[in-house]
Ligand binder design. Structure first.
Ligand SMILES: CC(C)(COP(=O)(O)OP(=O)(O)OC[C@H]1O[C@@H](n2cnc3c(N)ncnc32)[C@H](O)[C@@H]1OP(=O)(O)O)[C@@H](O)C(=O)NCCC(=O)NCCS
Length: 159
């Protein structure tokens, strides 16, 4: 098995769109158009297995060293093999190499997955940037049942 984790390319747009659309229909992730994926392509990391797109994740920059993990999906046949964990820990490592201090959050139905990757549960009202932007596009915006999780980093801080 040849597994590669790499930044997304233009050629990945359709496969990312199809992967996200499947989970967007189930209302597990927000729907994204091909144009939106292409516009934000630099935010995406993908996992490719034997030439096939096995998973993707985007990290959105809200400014002020606040980031969000979004559009994290692993194809069902590749789930439970550590790929989601690798994508998230890769994002954390990249942020640590660039910033002495940052916050990385996610809104999710899989809080335990994030907790196993170093996040803690927090109150989602902590993130007005998120709530007032794409949450408004979500069909569940007035009855959101996702949980917020946060990874907070400050160089040199212990615990
Ligand atoms: C949530 C999701 C991204 C996790 O990705 P994943 O690749 O399955 O994640 P991992 O394999 O790293 O971890 C999943 C589980 O497999 C286990 N696992 C990790 N590495 C493993 C390995 N090498 N072998 C066997 N099991 C392993 C972990 O214990 C973990 O358990 P948990 O889910 O109870 O925490 C994926 O399940 C998914 O795409 N779900 C549908 C969409 C979704 O919910 N996205 C999240 C939106 S925020």
């Amino acid at each position: 098995m040849n597994k590669i984790i790499r930044p997304a390319h233009e050629n990945d747009v359709l496969a990312i769109y199809q992967l996200l659309a499947f989970y967007a229909l189930k209302q597990i992730v927000l729907p994204r158009t091909e144009a939106d994926i292409r516009y934000y392509l630099a935010n995406f990391t993908v996992c490719e297995i034997d030439g096939e797109l096995a998973g993707c994740m985007a990290v959105r920059d809200f400014g002020n060293r606040l980031f969000e993990v979004r559009s994290l999906v692993i194809k069902s046949e590749y789930q439970g093999q550590g790929i989601g964990g690798e994508l998230v820990s890769g994002a954390i490592a990249r942020l640590k190499s660039k910033y002495d201090k940052f916050k990385l959050f996610a809104l999710t139905y899989r809080a335990n997955f994030f907790i196993r990757n170093g996040f803690v549960k927090v109150n989602k009202e902590m993130f007005p940037e998120k709530i007032w932007s794409d949450c408004m596009l979500c069909p569940k915006h007035d009855h959101c049942d996702e949980e917020a999780v946060l990874y907070e980093y400050e160089k040199g801080r212990i615990g």
